[in-house]
Design a protein around this ligand. Structure first.
Ligand code: ADP
Ligand code: ZN
Ligand code: ZN
Length: 742
């Protein structure tokens, strides 16, 4: 037997694996991830390395292969645990060990120490307060926000401060010119935010909060490590519950990781954690360079941090005493990696927690079907928060049937009800958000007169229009010609829904000439701080209506918004994706949650051509469990996750014919090894984007009850691909339970 060994896991080019012989005294004792001592180079210097895999055959001249000397004494170091986790990820999600290691271990990068800018307040407390009053009086909200933050903490990181407060460089410059602040540069990167520890009142918990905390605490004290799902509407106090759990773990000497989707990683959220845990907290974000990430991890290893907050990748924080992993908004698709290994942070967190004796706490107002199903099966423990903890009532929801609008002669994309409510809010000087649901838009064909949507007869997902007048199913490849007349009602109002945010903006401006309208989409946010500028303008109430895509749905609180209009709620519903209904339900529930966050009660108008679809009915009724029941029935019927497991095999290559042949062979191989016919094999089909920068794409789907079996099939496919010349000029990737359609 031979062991594959990597000698420097933090090196940028860690693609060099060396083969070593396993001497008889170590046979059967080595495990992936273990740290060993090996002879290296001409002088056979003794160095340390990590075992990343095993092989039976020598890769080159047997006589030249050196032996592993011994297992390093402190081989339980955090790195070896992470290496072992990487091996698990490689096994479960596919790809190479190198790709997995690069995901898990921060890479050292030799780069010049980047100059960090820092903002420093030049006024004393009293002068500062006076100036703040001036800004508030003049209604200069951005300036006031910036100054208030600096009064709290007179020196702050420039980038973080401006990002989190949504202030532009223009505002900073203005204060600089007024000699209120100055900019300084700071060479080394230390804690991204330094914040004075401040007293923060822990609220009196509601009975539900206390119950969740107690259940966790009792299990924890008895040494039980489980996965919990905190299912609670927005504002029910989930974050307070997480913080209390973290505090308990901290008191016990343990460490915690908190995953938050990047988009929700707002200044307010981060500050709540700082206020409670002070300097023991650090954050990661995806804007950090590899060098900065590396520095953060070094701080962690030096023992300076006990709570790490960040997006998906923060899961790999090298805490030696990890006891708790919190995943907020666990249903978010951002928790699934789009790069090989295409891991899901939820599953990987559970695996890491099990290896290291930690608990996992998931939280969501609209849990993923996976998580709720696991609760029903008893794998996760459900902790419910049904009431809003702070103030704020849930908004009233109207569902507008757009087929009726057409029948009544209203051909615009704004219903009469929404129009009247907008007029009302403009009069009251309250704000409005119009949300154009474009997520997962993949050219589905629907009838504006009766709501009929053309679907695949085999897969129950909608067909997508492709060039040349064809409609295609992305799961099985089924094709049929595009229709011009609705097969259900005979109307000619059938086709792809085309309105974009720009058209909506023009229309709204025409309908409401007095309104000040802002638009936020890919176009208007292309510039560096376009995103912040728009939000800032809207937050300071310099606009009445904000029109946008899903970008506007998350993470921002605008207390003066009392009306949310959801145009074309169906857009995400009929994307050719088995998660379409789930995504629609989540989006609608979240968009609705934007209304009425302040003192006045909010209203929501959902416009749809399919008011009877359960995802829309249940979102309007804010009935998660009703939705869950209906959706699980569909998933079970069609054999989609979480009832069954789904493995997508993505193939990309420059030669379409070769790719088709290879896809056919791979399908046949899968059929051959599935002797007991426990899998359903679908495709190969052309994905929606069938060709990207001259590379063609094909996808094959495998469905089965047992995840284990799919992993085995994947392993055998990987070997088959490696050994066959025919697959040489193409890239083949695996994706378990994909979040999106390809
Ligand atoms: P979630 O994370 O579920 O959206 P948060 O923890 O952010 O909820 O709580 C929403 C608001 O309610 C916050 O302003 C929070 O400080 C407040 N809050 C939470 N729990 C309580 C409580 N027990 N009593 C009073 N206010 C609370
Ligand atoms: Zn019709
Ligand atoms: Zn199909």
């Amino acid at each position: 037997m031979y062991a594959d060994i990597i000698v420097d896991i933090t090196h940028e080019k860690l693609d060099k694996v060396f083969q070593y012989r396993i001497p008889s005294e170590l046979e059967g004792r080595l495990k992936t991830g273990m740290e060993v001592v090996v002879p290296f180079g001409r002088g056979n210097k003794e160095i340390r390395g990590y075992v990343t895999g095993f092989s039976q055959k020598p890769g080159y001249d047997e006589g030249k292969i050196k032996p592993v000397l011994r297992v390093a004494r402190d081989s339980l170091a955090i790195e070896s645990r992470l290496v072992a986790l990487a091996a698990w990820m490689k096994e479960h999600y596919g790809g190479t060990m190198i790709q997995a290691l690069k995901t898990v271990i921060p890479i050292k990068k030799q780069e010049k120490a980047r100059q960090k800018k820092r903002v420093r307040l030049l006024l004393n407390e009293e002068e500062g307060r006076r100036q703040l009053d001036v800004y508030l009086h003049k209604n200069q909200k951005a300036r006031a926000r910036l100054l208030a933050a600096l009064l709290d903490q007179p020196q702050q990181d420039y980038e973080l401060l401006t990002k989190k407060l949504n202030v532009t460089s223009t505002v900073v410059r203005a204060l600089e010119e007024q000699k209120i602040i100055c900019l300084e540069s700071e060479k080394i990167f230390r804690n991204p935010i330094r914040h004075k520890e401040q007293e923060r009142k822990i609220p009196d918990f509601t009975a539900e909060q206390q119950h969740a905390i107690d259940v966790f605490r009792e299990d924890y004290d008895r040494g039980l490590r489980k996965t919990y799902l905190v299912y609670g509407i927005t504002g029910s106090g989930k974050t307070e519950v997480y913080m209390e759990m973290i505090a308990g773990v901290l008191a016990d000497g343990g460490q915690s990781i908190v995953l938050i989707p990047e988009i929700a990683l707002t200044y307010q959220t981060v500050m709540r954690f700082y206020a409670r845990f002070g300097d023991r907290v650090s954050i990661l974000n995806s804007r950090m360079s590899p060098g900065e990430r590396y520095d953060q991890m070094e701080r962690v290893k030096a023992g300076e941090v006990d709570v790490m907050i960040g997006p998906r990748s923060a899961l790999f924080t090298p805490f030696p005493r990890l006891r708790l992993i919190v995943i907020d908004e666990e249903h978010e698709s951002a928790y699934k990696s789009e790069q090989v290994p295409r891991y899901h942070a939820r599953e990987t967190a559970i695996e890491r927690a099990a290896r290291e004796g930690a608990s996992v706490v998931l939280g969501s107002a609209t849990p993923s079907l996976e998580a709720f199903y696991a609760c029903k099966c008893g794998r996760f423990q459900l902790l419910e928060l049904k009431m809003r903890a702070g103030c704020g009532e849930l908004p009233g929801v109207f569902v507008e049937d757009m087929r009726n609008e057409l029948r009544n002669g209203n051909r615009s994309i704004i219903s009469d009800r929404l129009k009247n409510l907008i007029d009302d809010r403009l009069k009251k000087r309250e704000q409005i958000m119009l949300f154009l649901n474009r997520r997962g838009y993949a050219g589905f064909v629907s009838c504006r007169s009766c709501g009929y949507v053309v679907k695949c007869p085999h897969c129950d997902v909608s067909l997508s229009v492709h060039r040349g007048g064809k409609m295609i199913c992305h799961y099985c490849g089924h094709e049929e010609p595009q229709v011009n007349i609705c097969p259900s009602c005979g109307s000619s109002y059938i086709g792809g829904f085309k309105a974009g945010t720009q058209q909506v903006e023009e229309l709204v401006k025409g309908m409401f000439p007095v309104a000040r309208v802002l638009r936020m989409d890919m176009d208007t946010t292309r510039t560096k701080d376009g995103h912040e500028k728009i939000l800032e303008t809207f937050a300071s109430e310099e606009a009445d209506i904000l029109i946008g895509t899903q970008m506007i749905v998350k993470g921002h609180d605008f207390p003066n918004v009392t009306l949310v209009g959801i145009l074309a709620a169906d857009m995400s519903l009929y994307s050719s994706d088995y998660r379409a209904a789930e995504r629609t339900f989540q989006l609608l529930t979240q968009a609705a949650g934007r209304a009425g966050r302040g003192k006045s009660l909010g209203q929501v108008v959902i416009q749809t051509y399919s008011p009877d679809h359960y995802s829309i009915e249940m979102a309007a009724a804010q009935d998660y469990e009703g939705f869950y029941a209906a959706e699980m029935e569909y998933r079970g019927l069609m054999g989609y996750p979480p009832v069954e497991q789904l493995l997508a095999v993505l193939m990309t290559g420059p030669d379409e014919n070769l790719l088709d042949t290879a896809a056919k062979y791979l399908r046949e191989f899968a059929v051959r090894i599935d002797r007991n016919r426990r899998l359903q094999i679908v495709g190969p089909a052309s994905p929606y984007v069938a060709k990207v920068s001259d590379l063609y794409r094909r996808v094959l789907y495998l469905k089965g009850r047992e995840g284990r079996l799919l992993v085995e099939v994947k392993n055998r496919m990987e070997r088959y691909i490696e050994m066959n010349q025919g697959f040489q000029n193409m890239r083949i990737q695996f994706d378990f339970n994909p979040m999106n359609v390809f």
